[in-house]
Design a protein around this ligand. Structure first.
Ligand SMILES: [Zn+2]
Length: 332
C-alpha cells in the first residue's frame, strides 16, 4: 500500500449515460492515473457493495425509490434528473451510495477516506435532478447516525453549484442573520446550530457556490457563500477559510463530508469561477488541514467537474488524494 488511508472505487461507478457533458469515464481515469504514476497500488483500493434499499430509504421517499427500482419515473422526472434512465444507471447510483457509506465507515477508522465517486448533492428526498439520482452523502450520514457511530456531521460543499439537495434533506434548525466578515460583494447567510456538545442528531451544511448558476432556487444551508462570477483563488480561499471558521465555531462535527467538486475551475464548461488547478489544490489542503488539526474524520466525494479537457478534471481529483496523502502522512 502507498497511502495512509483507503480509496473506495469500482469500475462499475461508470454511469451509462451515453454522450453527456458529465464525464462518466472520469472515475476509471482517476483510478488508472493513480496506478500509472505509482501514487497508489491496487491494494489501496476497496470495492464497495451497493447500498441496500433500506439505506436509500433513510433519505428518499419510498414512492420515489419504488419508481426508480421499477422504471416508473415520469418523463418530467427523467428530464429533471437530466440523465437517461436505465436499470443499469440505478445500479451505478446504488453502488456509489454504498461507496460513500463505506467511505464514512473508513473515515471514522483511518481519519480520512476518499470515495472516487459520489457527491450527488442535487438529489432531493422525492426526486433527482442535475445529474443526481440519489444523495449518497446524505445516505452515508443517516446510516452512520442510525448505527450510533456519529451524532453530528458537517457537509462542506465546494462544488461550483449550490448543494440544494443537501439543504433540502437537512434544513437548518435555526436561522439567524449572522453574516461573515465582508471582503467582497459576495453574500453570506449564516445560521447557528445550537450547542456544539448537544447529543441530538444534527447535520450542519456549508455550501460555497457561484450565485449566478444552477440551481435557480437555492434553499438555505446552515452557511451559504454566494460567490460572484469570475472570482479567483485568493478570494475563494478567503471565503472558504471564513466559512469553515464560522461553521466550526458554532458546530462540532464528528464527521466532515467534503464534497470536492472540480467545477470551480476556470476552464469548466458549467462553472463561472476562475480557480486554477493550484488554487483547487490549496482549497483541498485548507479543508484537510482544518479538519485534521481538530481531529475531525473526513470523507471525500467528487461531485461535478466538466473541464474542457477531461484530463484537467482528472488532475484536480487526483490532486485531492495527493493533498490528503501529504497531510495525513504529516509531510506538510
Ligand atoms: Zn457542480
Amino acid at each position: 500500500m502507498s497511502l495512509p488511508f483507503r480509496l473506495i472505487y469500482s469500475n462499475d461507478y461508470f454511469l451509462p449515460i451515453g454522450a453527456h457533458v458529465f464525464p462518466a469515464q472520469k472515475y476509471r481515469m482517476i483510478h488508472d492515473r493513480l496506478l500509472a504514476t505509482h501514487e497508489a497500488t491496487e491494494d489501496d483500493f476497496i470495492a464497495p457493495k451497493p447500498a441496500s434499499h433500506d439505506d436509500v430509504r433513510l433519505v428518499h421517499g419510498a414512492g420515489y425509490v419504488d419508481r426508480l427500482l421499477h422504471g416508473e419515473l415520469s418523463p418530467q422526472e427523467e428530464l429533471q434528473m437530466e440523465l437517461p434512465y436505465s436499470p443499469e444507471l440505478v445500479k451505478a447510483f446504488w453502488l456509489s451510495a454504498g461507496g460513500s457509506i463505506l467511505a464514512a465507515e473508513r473515515a471514522l477508522v483511518d481519519g480520512i477516506c476518499v470515495n472516487i465517486g459520489g457527491g450527488f448533492h442535487h438529489a432531493h428526498p422525492d426526486h433527482g435532478e442535475g445529474f443526481c439520482m440519489i444523495h449518497d452523502v446524505a445516505i452515508a450520514i443517516r446510516k452512520m447516525q442510525k448505527a450510533g457511530r456519529i451524532r453530528r456531521a458537517m457537509t462542506v460543499d465546494c462544488d461550483v453549484h449550490d448543494g440544494n439537495g443537501t439543504a433540502a434533506i437537512f434544513p437548518p434548525k435555526h436561522r439567524s442573520a449572522r453574516p461573515l466578515p465582508s471582503v467582497s460583494a459576495a453574500q453570506v447567510k449564516s445560521t447557528v446550530s445550537g450547542d456544539p456538545s448537544s447529543t441530538e442528531l444534527d447535520v450542519f451544511t456549508i455550501s460555497l457556490h457561484q450565485a449566478n448558476n444552477y440551481p435557480a432556487y437555492k434553499p438555505p444551508s446552515s452557511i451559504d457563500v454566494n460567490l460572484p462570477d469570475g472570482i479567483g483563488d485568493a478570494e475563494y480561499l478567503s471565503w472558504l477559510d471564513q466559512a469553515l471558521s464560522s461553521g466550526l465555531r458554532s458546530f462540532s462535527p464528528e464527521l466532515l463530508c467534503y464534497i470536492a467538486g472540480a467545477d470551480p475551475y476556470a476552464e469548466d464548461q458549467l462553472g463561472g469561477l476562475a480557480l486554477t488547478i493550484d488554487g483547487l489544490n490549496q482549497r483541498d489542503r485548507l479543508v484537510f488541514e482544518v479538519a485534521k488539526a481538530r481531529g475531525i474524520p473526513v470523507m471525500v466525494t467528487y461531485a461535478g467537474g466538466y473541464a474542457r479537457n477531461v484530463q484537467d478534471t482528472v488532475t484536480i481529483h487526483v490532486n485531492t488524494i495527493l493533498a490528503a496523502k501529504e497531510i495525513w502522512e504529516g509531510k506538510q
